[in-house]
Design a protein around this ligand. Sequence first.
Ligand code: FES
Length: 251
Amino acid sequence: MKETTGLIEKISLPNATHQHLELSVDPSLQSLKAGQFVMARASEQWEPYLRVPWVPVDLRAGRLIIERPVEETYRVGQSVSLIGECGQQVRFRKGVRNVLFIAYNTAPTPLLMPIRLLLRNKVSTTLVLLGKATDYGTTHLPPEVEVIHGDMDLNWPNQVMTVGWADQVFVCVDQDDEQYRFAQIYERMGERRNEIPKNYLFGLFQSGMACGFGVCDACAVRVSGEVQLACMHGCAFDLTLVKLGIAPGEG
Ligand code: FES
């Protein structure tokens, strides 16, 4: 892991809420895996602690495609300080055929690169958008992705079928209270299945990241009774192993 500089080569608008920054980057970042990310500081001032995780949504010809809210201001030619690669590759089960992705109250940004990887391998993918995630326009996504809109109460059409059909599920949630929202999803999945097996339901933990390389402990998650760092060992963790904010069933 090292600090390098990326250059914004192009900016486009995939939908009404987000922009895509096409970034030329150091060769060390050109083979980022689905699930990995960089810690970015786009400010041109010296602000050593103000980095945020940037999760690529795609890699094109060695360039990272980064998705950011339209409210943030960037310009073509702007340089960005990057630290990476951070985190681990998302691991799919061998022989996986159907994968369910859920974005709850947040944009599905961290799910998009894993979705593209699966599509390239002819794996069927469904993306469920819940609550505020339904504001995210999806016309730019590959047509093979089945997109389903649900509500704030974690309901969506054909829920029993989509949950039963999925070999694995990956979830991202609003960072306002990440552990509580993961617990809500865990509880709902438990209502729709007899049991939640290991290596089935994963949460992508993103909140609180400040350094990206294991120094600040801000991204600590308790997994199997021990503390793990989302920036080093995540950001995807098996939710059956995570001690969440409330125990499933407590509502
Ligand atoms: S972000 Fe600092 S230890 Fe993970």
